[in-house]
Each structure stands twice: as structure tokens, then as C-alpha cells.
Design a protein around this ligand. Structure first.
Ligand code: MG
Length: 229
């Protein structure tokens, strides 16, 4: 079998929060009476939460000394608000094909994990809101480092602990909606599945080096295609 483990990105790969994440971050920042400029020019797609927090601190002119305290406080208040904004989010939705694809993968004995820039608790809250938290028991998260490569490394190491260290890298896949997810798979030496439900199309993700790509996770025969490779 050429597919033993599938590590999923969360935002715009499995679900769309309908802006709940950004709203939670804005509310947390409002508590500090910070400048609306704090979020200016920051691109969120495919980035880890700690890296986003760092860029916000930079926008606010905080030096390295203030960064750690600010990051910790922001993390706490962000997670506090996220639970509420997720509950309120009327536009929250699972991406097409979810959770069907997760059931199908499980049926084939594929181990499911996460590879996301979200803080672990943030990912958990989003997945719970979508009713799919129970599919995932491990993963790489924002806590594992500011870069996605560090997150992917942690996720792959954990996957190898489960399936055995000798499992070939071609049997481990990372699924994501951005070129950064594809890069993370490349950097870790595992396979990349591009999912076109974010800001990048299937073809763009293929051009970026995805080993396989789909328009969305409802594409018929996806699981067979990955297993049969
Ligand atoms: Mg994403």
C-alpha cells in the first residue's frame, strides 16, 4: 500500500471557519487597545499561528524582549475568543468531501493525523465545531515551531512512531491547500497532496510540485488513486 498515513492541514483543506479565526484574533488584539494596523499586510494562508503572532508583534514595534510575553498573552486570549467566534460563525463549513473522505480512509486502514499551523487547542476547537475532531489523535501544530517545515517534521515523526520507523516516505502524505503545505512535505521528504479548496487551484498546486492534486476532497476515486500509486 502506498498510503499509510495522511496528515491534514486544517483551514481550507478540511474546513472553512467563516472568518472566525481572524475575528478571534481581532478581538484578542482589541483587548490590548492595539492599533488596527497590527494586522496590516499580514498574509495568513499556510502560516503557523506563532509566526502570525510574531508578525503582529513586529507591526506593533515590539522588540524581542516583549515578544515572548505578548505572544503568550495573545495566544491565551485568541483561544478564549476563538471558542466563541466559532460558535457564532454562521458561515462555518466543512470542505466538500469531508467527512466522507475521512471515513473512507479509515476504512482502508489509513492512519489520520494533522499537520497544521494552528495552535493545538485552536485546531481542536475548529475540528470540534465541525464534528470531526474524533478522526485525529495526533499531529504537528503551531507549537512545534514557527515554520511549517518544523510542524511537518513533528507530525511525520509522530506518524513514524505509530506506523514504524522503517515505513517508506512514499507512504506518508501531507494534504494542504497552499504552496507552503507542499513545501513542508518536500522539506520533510514525504508526499504532497494539493487540495484546491483554498486560494490556489489544483493546477497551481501541481505546478508548485504537489505529487497529486484534487479540486476538492470529494473527487471520486481519490483514495484508490493514492493507495494504488
Ligand atoms: Mg490551509
Amino acid at each position: 500500500m502506498a498510503l499509510s498515513v495522511l496528515l491534514f492541514d486544517v483551514d481550507l483543506t478540511l474546513l472553512a471557519t467563516g472568518g472566525a479565526g481572524l475575528k478571534a484574533l481581532s478581538r484578542a488584539l482589541d483587548e490590548f487597545h492595539h492599533d488596527p494596523a497590527a494586522l496590516e499586510g499580514i498574509s495568513f494562508a499556510g502560516k503557523t499561528d506563532p509566526l502570525i503572532f510574531k508578525e503582529i508583534a513586529f507591526n506593533l514595534g515590539l522588540g524581542p524582549d516583549g515578544l515572548e510575553d505578548f505572544g503568550l498573552l495573545l495566544k491565551r486570549r485568541y483561544l478564549f475568543h476563538l471558542e466563541k467566534t466559532l460558535a457564532e460563525a454562521v458561515d462555518f463549513e466543512l470542505c466538500p468531501g469531508v467527512p466522507g473522505i475521512l471515513d473512507e480512509l479509515k476504512k482502508h486502514g489509513v492512519v489520520l493525523g494533522l499537520c497544521t499551523g494552528n495552535l493545538e487547542q485552536g485546531a481542536r476547537l475548529k475540528l470540534e465545531r465541525g464534528g470531526i475532531a474524533g478522526y485525529f489523535s495526533f499531529g504537528g501544530f503551531g507549537e512545534h515551531g514557527p515554520s511549517r517545515a518544523q510542524v511537518a517534521k513533528a507530525a511525520v515523526e509522530e506518524a513514524r512512531r505509530i506506523i514504524g520507523s522503517s515505513a517508506p516516505a512514499e507512504n506518508i502524505w501531507i494534504a494542504g491547500d497552499t504552496p507552503l503545505d507542499i513545501n513542508a512535505a518536500r522539506d520533510t521528504g514525504v508526499m504532497a497532496l494539493g487540495v484546491g479548496t483554498g486560494y490556489y487551484t489544483k493546477d497551481e498546486l501541481l505546478a508548485h510540485g504537489a505529487d497529486y492534486a484534487v479540486r476538492d476532497l470529494s473527487e471520486p476515486g481519490l483514495v484508490e488513486s493514492l493507495i494504488g500509486r
